[in-house]
Ligand binder design. Structure first.
Ligand code: HEC
Ligand code: HEC
Length: 369
């Protein structure tokens, strides 16, 4: 049943109009450039990824009304008629464009819209006509710390919630999609999952306090309550054989055992790819261990190691792995773990690079911001 809903969703999304790929072929432009050629069609701009951004659409995180027509509950609130709210992001902005541009730049990897950009005007018009008529009340929402007591959730309830919300990106039963990794067999622990749900997101604009990095959106207090979150934890952790929710559930063969006391634990970043097809997500899982999930690397280069550094400066960084090269490379489905050497601490890094040691070249890096 839920599977059917998901398939329906992709039909809805792809039947809205011209597919991205056709558009790109027409305009002859690569997505990711500062490209303003996307048709100024408000519905398309709401439902589809933007040509100058990543794979997120507004619709990945916001419905137009609730319950949404496809049945999914999303991280952000519904936006039909939001154009008529008096203020945005807890009263920080009076112009909706400021709020939208934060979503564009921080979540969608796209440049801000100028006020006179036709695409923005079309998108604004679409949101305006999609909601209730008349004035619309401003929203308040709360970014909250992850709950301390993670026990006692109900697996079945958790599955229902997950498959009608998180599944939009993580897939039915957490098996993964192109939007987000599988959460099955990933050695996750309850604290880490709860932190991702509550405080995931970019932090540069400072529009939200307390976010800990990552491409996943945070879920405010009223988007998932603590009881629902406990259920989701129970559901996700049942896949982890022998997983004790409160223990750091890492593979047995790691050299070092560390506590999870440093404030950076739980932070994560997505790898950029400068060369050699680097991909994956790096997450700090305890005071000395970094997990790299969905790791991709073509396996080439000359002595390639994971380097840790501050502010993107890996020349002055330090190695936290052996040589990663191997025939066939890594195809983006594996999870690897790397550990800080004795004597190093998480204060000494805010990013990790796939670093070609003899020549000092960054193949791609993930920043924990
Ligand atoms: C990856 C998720 C994500 C994407 C993609 C995204 N947003 Fe958001 N957006 C959020 C979150 C989270 C919030 C804050 C909480 C909320 O609104 O529930 C937010 C807040 C907003 C707000 C402020 C709401 C208010 O009244 O305070 C507006 C307006 C908005 N987004 C518009 C957009 C538009 C338009 C797009 C597409 C161009 C977009 N967003 C794309 C996650 C996202
Ligand atoms: C809009 C898309 C989206 C939604 C919805 C979403 N996630 Fe995510 N999530 C991601 C992405 C992308 C990543 C990987 C990048 C990152 O870490 O931010 C991720 C990462 C995670 C991780 C870390 C995985 C790891 O191996 O370290 C957890 C745990 C997680 N999500 C749980 C959830 C749960 C639970 C929900 C529902 C309450 C949810 N996500 C909803 C996009 C999403």
């Amino acid at each position: 049943m839920r599977g059917a809903v998901l398939i329906l969703l992709s039909c809805v999304v792809w039947s809205v109009g011209v597919g991205c790929s056709e558009d790109e072929a027409d305009s002859g432009q690569e997505p990711g450039n500062n490209d303003t050629s996307q048709e100024a069609n408000g519905e398309l701009l709401f439902m589809m990824p933007h040509q100058d951004g990543n794979t997120y659409a507004c619709y990945s995180c916001h419905a137009l009304e609730e319950p949404a027509s496809d049945g999914f509950a999303r991280a952000g609130h519904a936006l039909g008629g939001a154009t008529r709210r008096e203020s945005f992001k807890n009263g920080q902005f009076e112009d909706i464009l400021d709020a939208v541009n934060i979503c564009r730049t921080e979540w969608m990897g796209a440049p801000a819209f100028a006020a006179d950009d036709e695409r923005w005007q079309a998108l604004r018009g679409f949101m305006d006509e999609s909601g209730p008529e008349g004035p619309v009340e401003a929203l308040t929402f709360e970014v909250v710390e992850p709950l301390a007591d993670t026990d006692g959730g109900d697996v079945e309830e958790g599955r229902d919630f997950f498959n009608a919300s998180c599944a939009l990106c993580h897939g039915q039963n957490a098996t993964g999609t192109q939007q987000a990794p599988a959460l099955v067999g990933e050695f996750l622990n309850a604290g880490l999952i709860a932190r991702r749900v509550r405080t995931s997101g970019e932090v540069e604009s400072g529009a939200y306090e307390g976010l800990t990095g990552g491409r996943m959106p945070f879920w405010a207090a009223d988007r998932i309550n603590d009881d629902q979150l406990r259920d989701v934890l129970a559901f996700v952790l049942q896949h982890d054989p022998g997983g004790e929710p409160d223990e750091n559930d890492l593979p047995d063969d790691l050299e070092r055992q560390c506590d999870s006391t440093h404030p950076s634990v739980g932070r994560s970043g997505v790898f950029s790819d400068f060369s050699h097809d680097i991909g994956g997500v790096a997450t700090i899982v305890d005071d000395c261990t970094i997990e790299i999930s969905a790791f991709a690397f073509d396996g080439g280069g000359i002595n390639v190691q994971v380097y840790a550094g501050l502010g993107g400066d890996y020349d002055n960084g330090f190695s936290i792995s052996g040589d990663l090269r191997r025939a066939g490379g890594y195809d983006g489905t594996e999870t690897i773990f790397v550990q800080l050497p004795e004597g190093r601490t998480l204060d000494e890094l805010d990013g990790v690079s796939i670093w070609c040691v003899p020549v000092g070249i960054n193949f791609g890096d993930a920043r924990f911001e």
